[in-house]
Design a protein around this ligand. Structure first.
Ligand SMILES: [Zn+2]
Ligand SMILES: [Zn+2]
Length: 230
């Protein structure tokens, strides 16, 4: 392996955010923050679709010689098992297959999670209510300082415990809530669509801080989300 520059934080963040916490192989979709690890660490690997090296897997799929292998478009987030699989058997996993996985990831994940378009707001509400309630309960119990969660010492024990819960429960719940709302945007009012956009920005900020360790400015949880589809 030649010496490489690190993948930029924004690329990493975008990958994590689009993967919604799950391996992007549609036949796998395993959680990348396994419950067994308590949110302490992730098992995600950033796999190159076409490689750096002259002899790496899928070398012949390289678009042209000036192509930068470290761009977002050439990376896919996988669990270690799937990463090994695609690199050991590149003939079965050519570039177009991997790009397809990435392209259809959110739809594949939603299908696996049983998320679909519901017939009315009442059922859509029920689908998100449990996850919202769980997040709220955890926030009430564990958030370092109510309302000022955006300004604390990340090295303190309280902050570390909070970050673990964020990665193991709150973020996965948020990704699921997003998927349900996305599948049911047809039932949402204009106001709710705007609130949903804010919520997505809020979740991006949380992932930035708690997954990618980028101290970005997270926007607060939009209070009006509590009334979504009510
Ligand atoms: Zn690789
Ligand atoms: Zn996998």
């Amino acid at each position: 392996m030649t010496q490489r520059k690190a993948i930029p934080a924004e690329t990493k963040l975008r990958l994590f955010s689009e993967a919604s916490g799950h391996c992007q192989n549609p036949d796998c979709l395993e959680p990348l923050f396994p419950v067994e690890l308590g949110g302490a660490k992730h098992i995600a690997e950033m796999a190159h679709v076409v490689p750096h090296g002259e002899a790496g897997p899928r070398r012949e799929d390289r678009p042209n010689d000036s192509f930068d292998p470290d761009v977002f478009e050439n990376l896919i987030l996988l669990c270690p098992t799937c990463h090994t699989k695609i690199d050991k058997d590149p003939a079965s996993f050519p570039r177009n297959i991997l790009l397809d996985w990435k392209e259809n990831h959110l739809a594949n994940l939603a299908t696996k999670q049983g998320i679909r378009a519901y017939v009315n707001r009442c059922i859509a509400r029920e689908a998100i209510a449990g996850f919202m309630a769980e997040n709220k309960a955890i926030w009430n119990r564990f958030a370092p300082e109510h309302g000022t969660d955006f300004n604390y010492d990340p090295e303190s024990e309280v902050a570390k415990g909070w970050s673990k819960r964020m990665r193991s429960v709150i973020l996965p719940n948020n990704y699921r809530i997003q998927a349900i709302i996305r599948a049911n945007l047809g039932l949402a009012t204009e106001d709710e669509r705007r609130i949903f956009a804010e919520f997505q920005e809020h979740v991006r900020g949380l992932a930035e801080r708690h997954v990618c360790n980028v101290s970005g400015r997270a926007i607060r949880f939009p209070k009006a989300m509590e009334d979504m589809f009510l």
